[in-house]
Design a protein around this ligand. Structure first.
Ligand SMILES: Cc1cc2nc3c(=O)[nH]c(=O)nc-3n(C[C@H](O)[C@H](O)[C@H](O)COP(=O)(O)OP(=O)(O)OC[C@H]3O[C@@H](n4cnc5c(N)ncnc54)[C@H](O)[C@@H]3O)c2cc1C
Length: 323
């Protein structure tokens, strides 16, 4: 199928993009990688009169690593972030999750910020934004604002972005030293949307767990975080108490999620899956918490790496280059 006719706008700056979005209001849609929007237009599930194509906007294609966060611009493709060594060193969870997003061809074009703006409960990156206590940076007609992840996702495919606003970047928060992360999901075929998925971050201090949280894919309406500290804190990974604590954590997840059934999997099956996946993924995170980080320099909290100086080539075009 083909989309309904629309007017194509190609702003060169954030200000121009916001100005067009403000002018066209609810008749407009931002076009980033097009990997979700174009199928929707082709199926005529939406027919906006104006597409505001941000692919030529300068300055949105950078990954920046600071002591607190990994900041990802709105034109960074999933593949660019996945291959960024500095992002991986600072926050391995990003790559751990990104390799599960669709297929390489889609990751070469689709943007991480677009995935978050799309707010699909079956998307991996909205869950990762939640798990990292992340923030969305927004530009609008009255300036810029930041939206915490917990205020950003309102419902299935629904966010608190106004029609005239552009998400210019997201910031994924970094974890304290001694934190291990892991992500896993179950899909019918690799690259399909997951029937259920879970990401965890677990901190170990003085040999015992001192913080643990999990977030979920395809089993909650909107991204949500479950604090597993109350059941895991104080337990030594691998000790006699560890197995029972993992069982209790998995049961806490079973009670927390609220999946819907569809043609791919029943609600009960999804609940069972995510419970089992949590049971499997927590020990991986615990192992990583007690082994050296991929790049210990970034765990010292003082390193700041900005890729913007090389970004036009590093993340230009399809954005599939290494930094
Ligand atoms: C076959 C297939 C399989 C897929 N499988 C998965 C999967 O397993 N997991 C997964 O997470 N995703 C999957 N996707 C979706 C993919 O990750 C998309 O790239 C992503 O969801 C949207 O990113 P995009 O840049 O393509 O956004 P677009 O398609 O361009 O836009 C998506 C929506 O977000 C809005 N938007 C985009 N950028 C901004 C912005 N900067 N500011 C404001 N609004 C914005 C658009 O207006 C639109 O409403 C799949 C896609 C396909 C086609």
């Amino acid at each position: 199928m083909k989309p309904a006719p629309f007017e194509h706008h190609a702003p060169l700056t954030v200000e121009q993009a916001v100005s067009v979005l403000t002018e066209v209001g609810h008749d407009g849609k931002v076009l980033a990688g097009g990997q979700s929007l174009i199928p929707i237009l082709n199926m005529r599930l939406a027919s906006p009169a104006h597409l505001v194509d941000i692919n030529r906007v300068a300055g949105l294609d950078t990954v920046e690593v600071t002591a607190e966060a990994v900041r990802v611009g709105a034109l960074v493709r999933h593949a660019g972030l996945e291959r960024s060594e500095s992002a991986y060193a600072a926050l391995p969870l990003l790559r751990q999750a990104l390799v599960n997003v669709a297929h390489p061809a889609i990751r070469n074009r689709g943007t991480t910020v677009g995935s978050i703006a799309h707010a699909d409960a079956a998307g991996e990156m909205p869950a990762i934004l939640a798990l990292t206590d992340g923030v969305v940076e927004v530009a609008g007609p009255s300036g810029t604002r930041e939206i915490a992840w917990s205020d950003f996702f309102l419902g299935a495919l629904e966010t608190s972005l106004a029609a005239e606003e552009l998400a210019v970047a997201v910031r994924f928060g970094r974890f304290p030293a001694g934190t291990g992360t892991a992500f896993t999901e179950a899909a019918r075929r690799h690259g399909d949307y997951a029937m259920a998925g879970v990401g965890v971050a677990l901190t170990v201090a003085d040999g015992v767990v001192s913080g643990a949280r999990a977030s979920f894919v395809s089993v909650t309406d909107v991204p949500s975080v479950l604090d597993l500290g109350p059941v895991l804190d104080g337990v030594e990974p691998g000790s006699g108490e560890w197995d029972a604590a993992l069982d209790t954590a998995a049961e806490a997840v079973r009670g927390h999620v609220d999946p819907e059934g569809d043609i791919h999997a029943s609600a009960d099956y999804r609940r069972m899956l995510v419970t089992e996946l949590t049971r499997r993924v927590l020990p991986q995170a615990a192992d990583r918490a007690t082994t050296p980080a991929p790049n210990a320099a970034f765990d010292r909290g003082s390193a700041v790496t900005t890729l913007s100086s090389t970004s036009s080539t590093a993340f230009g075009g399809q954005g599939a280059s290494h930094d």
